[in-house]
Design a protein around this ligand. Structure first.
Ligand code: XMP
Length: 516
């Protein structure tokens, strides 16, 4: 029984790593948005009654024979359309303009010069406003009915419009913070051109979903896979509210948690009065991971083992339940869509994607429409303490993907001890509040050292700290040298088996946050 969501702004995904940023930016403007694959059927678009369409960027060139295409009829729906980067090029291409490889490729922040006297939405940009460019192709001829609305030093057609058809295009990326007026431009396009009034807030989300879960589950029982993170905890609170005594949370301790974490999770969840069944399954996870070095295999094994144990525990219960609740978020849902689309899958996150097809449960996923920051706001409304809301994300596969190479009890001990020290030094400091995550990684190499006049040949630990809004992109944490030096000193002297500590200075992209 689907609940009523506002008519969306639909974002057609042509494979850009920034597509989710567009959706989040639109929601920050309190306008509901959804991402769909670029080749979604015209009838499906019409059914969703979009208020506006945004065509995302993408890695292809419109003139490649297998480039993701755009049905030109999408541009004739009478709904305002904004094409971004590849989205602008494919719009021009579909309407008879021409796109070619640029003589000079344009990457990075550059000044945008709107044409003189431009109205909405271009007046968001003062002359020479910084915009982020990232393109190797460029438009050489505009389609008929269009005019150029702005340029940069190397790109004469950096923006275009056909006011009559309400079609707009920008070669730059308004969805990133480097484009300083990007949000104002999107706001102007959505509220002044598309005439959308902001109405997407989380007020009402809780009541709506509690009602929906209660109606879906009826008189049956509902179990929930609880990891102790914010997503599954908020899911559990909604479900518990909806079905009361017929709710059971199950926490599978996979033996891959950080120091003291399982005990802490069980204590925290008790304070929330959630009925919790902890299952100690460390041995079976470690047995199955024995000798496995490949990161994707590790992830798959952990996902499958988790489900095996969960299924066993669930079916062992006297009161059988037909429903399983999960803290699946919108980015997980989009990721499974883009499997088919042109975006490449970087890692198999262990969430809904890992569930086998023949699961004997109907899934309940009340957070499927939300981004992480929206779940945090919801958690606050549900009365979760700040310590919960501010919890760092911790990956489902746990420390197994922070022990690079084979996972053994000894290597887990090393990374767990090093991680504990990183947390002891940073938790609760003003610096920590600026960081999205901080943790230790155990590398699969040994290096020569000298300790107490003895030659050593021991392990290397890397420290990773990142700043991020949503985990999709990340900057390196700027931690003072004194803190780094203290971390290094403590890890080398206190963690047996380590004689070297290094600091990871790679942003995402091109690196990812976790090493595996
Ligand atoms: P990456 O390494 O892909 O991580 O840049 C982005 C964010 O996701 C977290 N992460 C995971 N979370 N299951 C999760 O629930 C996973 O399998 C997983 N892998 C990575 C990571 O910690 C970071 O915050």
């Amino acid at each position: 029984m689907p609940h009523q969501m506002p008519d969306p702004v639909l974002i057609l995904d042509f494979g850009s790593q920034l597509t989710q940023n567009i959706a989040r930016r639109v929601r920050e403007l309190e306008i509901y948005s959804e991402i769909v694959p670029h080749d979604v059927k015209l009838s499906e678009i019409k059914k969703r009654r979009p208020r506006a369409l945004i065509l995302s960027g993408g890695p292809a060139s419109v003139f490649e024979h297998d480039a993701p295409a755009l049905d030109p009829d999408v541009l004739k729906l009478g709904v305002p359309v904004l094409g971004i980067c590849y989205g602008m090029q494919i719009m021009a291409h579909a309407l008879g303009g021409s796109v070619e490889a640029a003589a000079v490729r344009e990457y990075g922040v550059t000044g945008f010069h709107p044409e003189k006297g431009m109205g909405t939405p271009w007046k968001a940009f003062p002359d020479s406003s910084p915009v982020l460019m990232s393109h190797g192709d460029t438009i050489l001829k505009l389609p008929s009915g269009f005019r150029v609305t702005g340029s940069t030093r190397t790109t004469p057609f950096a923006a275009m419009e056909s006011q009559k058809s309400r079609l707009y295009g920008v070669q730059f990326h308004p969805e990133v913070t480097q484009t300083v007026q990007g949000m104002e431009f999107l706001r102007s396009f959505l509220s002044e051109i598309a005439q959308i009034r902001p109405n997407w807030t989380l007020g009402g989300y809780i009541d709506r979903h509690v009602e929906e879960i209660a109606a879906t589950v009826g008189s049956d029982h509902l179990i929930c896979a609880l990891s102790g993170g914010i997503d599954s905890t908020v899911t559990a609170l909604l479900c518990h509210r909806a079905v009361g005594k017929r709710f059971q949370a199950i926490f599978v301790d996979n033996g891959l948690m950080r120091a003291g974490e399982s005990e802490q999770i069980v204590r925290d969840l008790k304070t929330l009065s959630l009925p919790l069944l902890p299952v100690d399954a460390g041995k079976i996870f470690l047995d199955r991971l024995k000798g496995v070095r490949d990161p994707e295999r590790k992830r798959k094994i952990i996902g499958k083992t988790f489900i095996d144990i969960f299924r066993k525990e669930a079916t062992r219960r006297k009161k059988k339940s037909g429903f399983l609740a999960q803290g699946t978020l919108y980015p997980d849902v989009i990721e499974s869509v883009s499997h088919k689309g042109p975006s490449s899958v970087i890692k198999s996150h262990h969430n809904v994607g890992g569930l086998p097809k023949n699961l004997p449960f109907t899934l309940v996923e009340p957070l499927r429409e939300l981004f992480k920051d929206e779940v945090r706001r919801l958690g606050k409304e549900l009365g979760l303490p700040d310590s919960f809301i501010r919890k760092q994300p911790f990956p489902g596969p746990g420390l197994a993907i922070r022990v690079i190479g084979a996972v053994t009890p000894e290597r887990l001990r090393i990374v767990r001890d090093a991680d504990r020290i990183v947390r002891e030094e940073l938790d609760g400091t003003p610096l920590a509040s600026l960081l999205w995550q901080y943790f230790a990684v155990l590398l699969p190499i040994q290096s020569v050292g000298v300790m107490g006049d003895q030659r050593t040949y021991e392990n290397v630990v890397a420290i990773r700290t990142v700043m991020s809004q949503d985990g999709m992109t990340a900057d390196v944490g700027e931690i003072p040298y004194t803190v780094m030096s203290r971390l290094s000193h403590r890890i080398i002297s206190e963690v047996r088996g380590v004689n070297r500590v290094v600091y990871d200075i790679s942003p995402k992209p091109p690196s990812t946050i976790e090493w595996e």
